[in-house]
Design a protein around this ligand. Structure first.
Ligand SMILES: Nc1ncnc2c1ncn2[C@@H]1O[C@H](COP(=O)(O)OP(=O)(O)OP(=O)(O)O)[C@@H](O)[C@H]1O
Length: 224
């Protein structure tokens, strides 16, 4: 489902983060990307999600080349990819409802079905009453939940979550944890999580990739 071959990434200032990364995740596999702040976890997830070109190397998702290639655009209508970045990543000029609906429409779903599914996903997270609001009109916690609703509605083949509990209010943690555990247990879904510390995900059945300042952790058994 997810293949990274000889991947090298730089920080936005051009500083090398790591090189020679190999990953191969079959459908249903889970991966925890671990490492201290600033070591490049977010940049790696963006490259795997097709939103940030690597310095060199290859990324394939569901048999589709993202890099070299046109990144996430290449996935349209072929592989469903859902991601939640630390800041949520909602489109600020669209309502929460439209933020959830748009990826479904891009995947070819009819407008009626997409809106119905978006409404149900937002209601599940207690956001039904604010579905017509734009992201800046709701709290940071609600924005984060809406970004989870967007992924849940999409039912993606690949889920990529950066710092999954960052910004989730304490009363919503159990709901979000349940959702992530269900994704992790689904044999058809591949899940990638980035965290400084596994915390509540320590028991997740997942492989681990350790990033360290200045490169890959030399103790990482995944690497050749
Ligand atoms: N927009 C940006 N502009 C400049 N530098 C950036 C930007 N985003 C990330 N960086 C730098 O790139 C490096 C990797 O950042 P990245 O966010 O991938 O690390 P991380 O492991 O995810 O850390 P954290 O857990 O703190 O988010 C860091 O040194 C960071 O300062």
């Amino acid at each position: 489902m997810l293949l990274a071959d000889d991947l090298a990434l730089d920080a936005p200032d051009g500083r090398p983060l790591f090189s020679g990364l190999h990953l191969s995740l079959e459908p249903g596999a889970n991966l925890l990307v671990l490492g201290p702040g600033g070591c490049g976890k977010s940049q790696l997830l963006r490259a795997l999600a097709g939103t940030l070109p690597p310095r060199s190397g290859r990324v394939r998702v569901g048999g589709v080349d993202l890099w070299p290639g046109e990144g996430a655009l290449a996935l349209a209508g072929r592989v469903r990819l859902g991601f939640v970045f630390a800041q949520g990543g909602l489109l600020s000029n669209q309502t929460l409802r439209d933020n959830v609906t748009l990826p479904l429409r891009f995947g070819g779903m009819s407008a009626g079905e997409a809106v119905g599914r978006a409404e149900r996903a937002l209601s599940r997270f207690g956001l039904g009453a604010v579905a017509g609001f734009r992201p800046h009109a709701v709290s940071a916690g609600a924005r984060k939940l809406a970004s989870y609703a967007r992924v849940a509605a999409l039912e993606p083949d690949l889920v990529i979550l950066d710092d999954p509990l960052e910004g989730v209010e304490s009363g919503d943690r159990a709901e979000v944890l349940d959702l992530i555990q269900a994704w992790a247990a689904d044999p058809a879904r591949t899940l990638v999580l980035a965290l400084e510390d596994p915390g509540p995900f320590a028991g997740l059945p997942a492989r681990r990739l350790h990033l360290a300042p200045g490169g890959l952790s030399p103790s990482d058994p995944e690497q050749p």
